[in-house]
Write a protein that binds this ligand. Structure first.
Ligand SMILES: Cc1cc2nc3c(=O)[nH]c(=O)nc-3n(C[C@H](O)[C@H](O)[C@H](O)COP(=O)(O)OP(=O)(O)OC[C@H]3O[C@@H](n4cnc5c(N)ncnc54)[C@H](O)[C@@H]3O)c2cc1C
Length: 474
C-alpha cells in the first residue's frame, strides 16, 4: 500500500482534511490537478462561526487573521462597511439584530468572522499540511478509480498509486464522484450569474442595484479601481458552462438586464455560475468518500459552500484516522454521512428558497416584499444572522479552551476536579485530554467540537466515550 489516504483535490477542503489526517499521523497524498493556485481578484469567501472555531481549535486562526487583513486590503473595503448577512439580497446589519440573542451569545461575535481570500487560505493550509508531513503533488489529476474491499487503485494520469482510502475533494465536477459511481440528485439551474471586474466608459450610467424582468444587476465601484459587476439572468443557462467568460458575453448580459448604454472597455477577470443544486445521497461508497463541493453544489447565496466543506473535513478527519488506527467503533465512519448530509440539505434549502424569491415574476416579487418587512423586524434579522452564521449548528459554546484541541484529540472539560470522572477518562487518555476550566457542567467534546456528553451520569459518560472514542483495554 503506497498511502493510507489519497485526497483528490488540493482546494481548501482537501487541504484542511489533509491537515486533520496529518495531525493524527496518517500518511496522506494530496493529488491536485492544477498548480499552486494563482491569486484572483474575486476570490473572497465569508467565514462562519463553526469555521472560525474549527480553525481556532487547530491553531490556524492567527494565520487566517493575517490573511484576512491582506484580503480586505485587496478591495479597499473596511469591515465596518459590510452588512452581517443577507437573504435573497435583503441585507441585515449588526444594529438590526437582538444583541443578546442566546444562541448568538454562546459564540464570539459573528461580525468578527470576516472574509478571506482563497489564495491566502490555500497557501496557509498547504504550508500547515507540509509541516505535518503531507505530500501535495501538483499536476496530478485523478483519471481512474478502482476500489475493492481492501483499498483503492487510483490512476493519476497514467501513474498508479494504491491507497487504503480515497477522498474526493475535487470540486463540483468531481471526477472521483463520477468514477466511483456516486449518484448526485438535485435540481437543474434556472439562472446564470456572471461576476466581472471591468472598466466602463460611462460608469455614471450604472445604478448600484437594479431588478428588471430579465434579471438583476449589482454594481460595486472599487475605490480608485475597476468596477465589480454581478449580473444574474433568469431563465437562461449557457450551452457550454465551462467555456471562458468573454467581454462580449458580459456586455450582452449587461445590455439585456440594464439597457443602460454603458460600454465595457476592458475585462480584467470574470467567472460564471448557475444555481444547479445537487447533493450526493451518500458521502461514502465503500473505501471512497466525498467532501466539499464534490459532495454538494448550490448557488453561493449567503456564503455557505466553503464553510459547509470545512465542516465536512473536520467531521471526517478524526473518524477516518480512528478507522485507520483500528479503534473506531463499527459504524463511526457512517456517522459522517448521517451527520453532514442534513447540514448539506439545510444549505440547499436555504439557497433554493432565495432563488425562488429572486425570480423576476410578480408573485415572487410580492413574496419578497413581504419577506423584506419580516426581515426588517429585530426577530427576523436575528433569525437570518443565526442561520447564516452557523450558530444553530451542533457545536459547543465558545469556552475559550481551543488550545486543548490543538493535537486533534477530544476534550473532557469539567468546572471542578471530579475524581470518578477523571478515573473513567484515564482509559481514553491517548484520545481525550482532560481539562479543568470554567464550564457550565462536565462536557465531553469530540475533536470536531461537537458535544458528545454532558452532566454527571457516569454510565452515560462511559457510553459516550465508547461510542466516539472506541473500546479500550482496562
Ligand atoms: C462567486 C462565489 C462566491 C462564493 N462565496 C462563498 C463564501 O462567501 N463563503 C463560502 O463558504 N463559500 C463561498 N463559495 C463557495 C466556495 O468557494 C466553495 O464551496 C469552495 O471553494 C469549495 O472548496 P472545495 O475544496 O470543495 O473545491 P474547490 O475549491 O473547487 O477545489 C477543488 C480542487 O480539486 C482540483 N481538481 C479538480 N478535479 C481534479 C482531479 N480530477 N484530480 C485532482 N484534482 C482535481 C481543482 O483543481 C481544485 O483545486 C462561493 C462560490 C462562488 C462561485
Amino acid at each position: 500500500m503506497d498511502h493510507e489516504v489519497v485526497i483528490a483535490g488540493g482546494g481548501p477542503v482537501g487541504l484542511l482534511l489533509a491537515c486533520e489526517l496529518g495531525l493524527a499521523g496518517v500518511s496522506v497524498l494530496v493529488a491536485e490537478r492544477g498548480g499552486p493556485q494563482d491569486r484572483e481578484l474575486m476570490d473572497q469567501r465569508a467565514l462562519n462561526l463553526p469555521t472560525i472555531e474549527a480553525l481556532d481549535r487547530r491553531g490556524l486562526l492567527d494565520g487566517v487573521r493575517k490573511a484576512q487583513a491582506n484580503s480586505l486590503k485587496m478591495f479597499g473595503l473596511g469591515r465596518e462597511e459590510e452588512p452581517l448577512a443577507h437573504f435573497a439580497l435583503i441585507f441585515v446589519g449588526a444594529r438590526d439584530i437582538h444583541a443578546e440573542d442566546p444562541e448568538l451569545a454562546r459564540h464570539r461575535p459573528f461580525a468578527d468572522c470576516g472574509v478571506v481570500g482563497l489564495y491566502e487560505l490555500r497557501t496557509l493550509l498547504a504550508a500547515r499540511a507540509a509541516e505535518l508531513g503531507v505530500e501535495v503533488r501538483y499536476g496530478a489529476a485523478v483519471t481512474g478509480v478502482a476500489a475493492d474491499e481492501h483499498g483503492v487503485e487510483v490512476d493519476l494520469g497514467g501513474h498508479r498509486v494504491r491507497t487504503q482510502w480515497l477522498v474526493g475533494c475535487d470540486g463540483s465536477h468531481s471526477a472521483v464522484r463520477k468514477l466511483a459511481g456516486f449518484d448526485f440528485p438535485g435540481v437543474e439551474p434556472e439562472f446564470t450569474t456572471r461576476h466581472a471586474m471591468v472598466e466602463l466608459d460611462r460608469p455614471e450610467l450604472m445604478p448600484l442595484e437594479l431588478f428588471t424582468d430579465a434579471g438583476m444587476l449589482m454594481h460595486a465601484p472599487i475605490p480608485d479601481g475597476p468596477h465589480l459587476l454581478g449580473l444574474t439572468e433568469f431563465g437562461r443557462v449557457p450551452a457550454d458552462r465551462n467555456a471562458p467568460v468573454t467581454l462580449e458575453e458580459v456586455q450582452a448580459s449587461l445590455d439585456l438586464i440594464s439597457g443602460s448604454g454603458a460600454r465595457i472597455t476592458r475585462l480584467h477577470t470574470a467567472s460564471r455560475y448557475t444555481d444547479t443544486t445537487r447533493q450526493a445521497s451518500t458521502y461514502r461508497r465503500g473505501r471512497v468518500l466525498l467532501a466539499g463541493d464534490a459532495a454538494h453544489v448550490h448557488p453561493p447565496f449567503g456564503g455557505q459552500g466553503l464553510n459547509l466543506g470545512f465542516g465536512d473535513a473536520v467531521n471526517l478527519g478524526w473518524k477516518l484516522a480512528a478507522t485507520l488506527r483500528g479503534w473506531a467503533q463499527p459504524g463511526l465512519l457512517d456517522t459522517y454521512t448521517s451527520e453532514r448530509h442534513p447540514v448539506g440539505k439545510w444549505v440547499q434549502d436555504w439557497t433554493m428558497a432565495q432563488t425562488a424569491l429572486l425570480r423576476p415574476d410578480p408573485r415572487s416579487r410580492a413574496l419578497r416584499t413581504i419577506l423584506r418587512d419580516l426581515l426588517n423586524t429585530r426577530d427576523g434579522a436575528t433569525y437570518v444572522v443565526r442561520q447564516v452564521s452557523g450558530a444553530w449548528q451542533d457545536q459547543v459554546p465558545d469556552l475559550g479552551i481551543a488550545e486543548h484541541f490543538r493535537d486533534g484529540r477530544g476534550v473532557l472539560v469539567s468546572p471542578r476536579a471530579d475524581a470518578r470522572l477523571a478515573e473513567l477518562a484515564q482509559r481514553w487518555r491517548d484520545r481525550v485530554n482532560v481539562v479543568t476550566a470554567e464550564a457550565p457542567e462536565n462536557l465531553l467534546i469530540r475533536p470536531d467540537g461537537v458535544l458528545a456528553w454532558r452532566g454527571d451520569d457516569l454510565i452515560a459518560a462511559e457510553t459516550a466515550f465508547t461510542t466516539w472514542f472506541g473500546t479500550v483495554v482496562r
